[in-house]
Write a protein that binds this ligand. Structure first.
Ligand SMILES: [Zn+2]
Length: 293
């Protein structure tokens, strides 16, 4: 199973995370049934979210939502510090003709809009949210922009998703570098330069370079120290029959009555994991009665 490797530089200037997210990305896009552009978007967003979540504390989680006006619709990914993750895209297949051939790229598929990051912290009812405009649509720069704008953390985010000739994920991974508060600001320029000059991440993944070798290529001349982080990344969905019924119970009485009058069971599909649920007419009656009490 995939896991995040965490490091910091010996001079306490930079903290870094690396993940080879191939397996988890392959699993989520299979569940979502994405076409190649949606696959790349989903893979990058999920990888970036996993890396950001690895820098939280225990029992914390975060979600990243890309709300663009492009044909992919909204993209959402969440991950906990412990590596439980799930994600979805509202339109896994871009409708034919919705983009002219010269605009069949990630930026146009996502479109213009906002990026919303929410952090769930234990003992806090409301998540802490930060919103920034989508600045590039390439996702890596958008996440770096968010970290800078919302948390004043100068950072470098490098994400890669490589497809095979059938449009399936061959390799996926990412590196996140963040300046530790108090580190000289000038180091970010060195990190950005190193990110441009280091061996491309896709090639390093293909050559199975070690996490330490990969991250060392991104940082300035300071030795890396590794941080223990032994949480495997796993797809975890929280859907169940009870939640589906809870959602139904939040609907208006008129809507529920209409469903009962139709005399058919209500079918629902989880947008994260694809699990199918159904609620029979008898149960709908019970839900309606409970509302009336
Ligand atoms: Zn589910």
């Amino acid at each position: 199973m995939d896991k995040v490797y965490k490091f910091y530089t010996e001079d306490l200037a930079v903290r870094a995370s690396f993940v080879n997210s191939t397996a988890i990305c392959q699993e989520v896009v299979r569940r979502q049934g994405t076409d190649p552009l949606a696959t790349i978007a989903m893979g990058r967003l999920l990888t970036g979210t996993i890396l950001m979540a690895s820098q939280l504390w225990e029992n914390q989680s975060l979600s990243v939502r890309l709300e663009g006006d492009g044909p992919l619709g909204h993209l959402y990914a969440e991950c906990s510090f412990e590596g439980n993750t799930r994600c979805y895209v509202s339109n896994p297949q871009i409708a034919a003709g919705s983009l002219p051939p010269e605009k069949l790229n990630l930026k146009s598929a996502i479109g213009e809009g906002i990026l919303v990051v929410s952090r769930n912290l234990p003992f806090q009812k409301q998540p802490q949210s930060g919103i920034v405009p989508i600045v590039s649509g390439e996702i890596s720069q958008d996440l770096a922009f968010y970290l800078q704008q919302s948390h004043q953390i100068p950072s470098v985010v490098s994400l890669t998703v490589t497809l095979d000739e059938r449009g399936q994920i061959k390799l996926a991974g990412g590196v996140l570098l963040e300046l530790i508060p108090g580190a000289p600001d000038s180091i970010i320029n060195i990190l950005e330069e190193r990110a441009r000059e280091t061996i491309p991440l896709s090639r390093q993944l293909l050559e199975e370079a070690s996490p330490e070798t990969i991250v060392q290529g991104y940082v300035h001349q300071s030795r890396l120290k590794s941080v223990e982080h032994s949480h495997p990344i796993k797809f975890t969905c929280r859907c169940n029959q009870e939640r589906v019924e809870k959602t139904l119970s939040l609907m208006g009485k008129a809507t529920l009555s209409e469903m009962i009058l139709k005399g058919e069971e209500v079918k629902a599909k989880c947008e994260f994991c694809g699990q199918h649920y159904s609620v029979g007419v008898e149960r709908l009656r019970e839900i309606l009665h409970l509302k009336e009490d």
